[in-house]
Design a protein around this ligand. Structure first.
Ligand SMILES: *[C@@H]1O[C@H](CO)[C@@H](O)[C@H](O)[C@H]1NC(C)=O
Ligand SMILES: *[C@@H]1O[C@H](CO)[C@@H](O)[C@H](O)[C@H]1NC(C)=O
Length: 361
């Protein structure tokens, strides 16, 4: 069959119709020190991942200075949102665990572009690496895993670079890392359940103390109906400067992901995974866990950590000072969505906790 040029043009238009373009995005939410603690809820139940962690509520976090404001961008001041852990008290290995915080946005999102400017992430000392720690910046929907989970920035123990993972209900297989930087490796392709489909990165500065040494940077996630892509831009990169300029206000131009270059990780749905049927209504979440289903389970096979103590819990209980750097400093998280009907939606979750933490560290 020979197609006329008109038909070819129509086909070309159809091919790009599902792809997000810069001009389509508009800023729908910006979270920063002005509103973070009124828009994120503290989760204070038992850790669903069985960690050695005592997640405290907003009031307790406030009183113990585990959440508040501190200097962002590696400088002084109180520009950033601080989410920390107890790095003072020795705890009992048989107890609930070390005090920490886990917060989730009250609003939930389906598709969009999420731009997180993070100045510092939880890390251990140079000597201990991040042994015992399991920090994560992630998003997830109701009735896990049927609405999916996107782990944007996550890792445990002596891991040196970021691990990006999706978790879904059955029937979502990511077959390749098409488009991601060559150093990123697909660890597992089936996104079902607690193992999920993971991509292990190998880029310096994407995780832990190396991330912090450069003043952190920007993690950006683009979630469309066809793919979920994650980029990392170090603090001093041109893209970070561009994304931070203008304060991301409504009149600033939206980011243009076509200029972002190759993502750190890319999960292309294709015929083996319908992104729309496996991911929806995600709340943005930051937490710092200890041990549990990941950091605890692999403790004995992590030579560097296993040399420090017999179990993850023993190490975390006895060494509060090792966690002095185990805090998040978040400059902002901006959420952009496409504005056409049916493209992206934000829903407001029911309020879990009406307390908000408002104090200066
Ligand atoms: C350490 O423990 C004491 C006594 O329980 C408590 O008052 C204090 O808030 C704790 N410190 C932190 C940082 O959690
Ligand atoms: C909003 O962003 C634009 C474009 O970057 C900038 O010119 C303007 O000053 C910003 N306005 C505010 C109030 O920050």
């Amino acid at each position: 069959m020979v197609l006329s040029t008109t038909a070819l043009a129509a086909l070309a238009a159809a091919a790009v119709a599902g792809v997000a373009r810069a001009a389509d995005y508009a800023l729908v939410d910006q979270y920063d020190k002005t509103n973070f603690f009124s828009e994120f809820d503290f989760f204070s139940g038992p850790d669903p991942t069985h960690g050695y962690v005592d997640y405290v509520d907003a009031t307790t976090a406030n009183n113990r200075q585990l959440a508040g404001y501190a200097g962002g961008k590696g400088k002084g001041g109180n520009d950033a949102v601080y989410l920390g852990v107890d790095h003072v008290n020795v705890t009992q290995p048989s107890g609930t665990g070390r005090s920490s915080v886990r917060v989730s946005s009250r609003k939930a999102y389906t598709r969009g572009l999420f731009v997180a400017d993070i100045a510092h992430m939880p890390a251990g000392s140079a000597q201990s690496s991040s042994c015992g720690l399991w920090p994560a910046f992630w998003m997830f929907g109701p009735n896990w895993p049927s609405s999916g989970e996107i782990d944007i920035l996550e890792g445990v123990n002596s891991q040196q670079s970021n691990a990006v993972t999706l978790h879904t209900s059955d029937g979502c297989t990511i077959q390749n890392t098409a488009g991601a930087v060559a150093s990123t490796k697909l660890v597992s392709s089936n996104c079902y359940g607690s193992t999920g489909c993971g991509q292990q990165t190998d880029e310096a500065g994407t995780f832990g103390s190396a991330f912090n040494a450069q003043g952190g940077g920007i993690y950006a996630v683009e979630w469309t109906d066809s793919a979920i892509s994650v980029w990392f831009f170090p603090r001093d990169s041109a893209t970070t400067q561009q994304l931070s300029s203008g304060g991301g206000n409504a009149t600033a131009p939206p980011p243009d992901t076509s200029t972002f270059g190759q993502p750190l990780a890319a999960f292309v749905g294709g015929s083996s995974c319908s992104i729309d049927s496996h991911f929806r209504d995600h709340a943005l979440t930051f937490n710092t866990a200890f041990c549990g289903d990941w950091a605890g389970k692999v403790w004995s096979s992590d030579a560097k950590c296993a040399a420090l103590a017999g179990t993850c819990e023993e190490y975390v209980a006895a060494n509060p000072a090792a966690f002095a750097d185990a805090y998040w400093l978040i400059n902002s998280v901006k959420v952009y969505q496409q504005q056409q009907a049916g493209n992206g939606a934000a829903t407001r979750r029911s309020r879990l906790d009406t307390q908000s933490a408002k104090f200066r560290l």
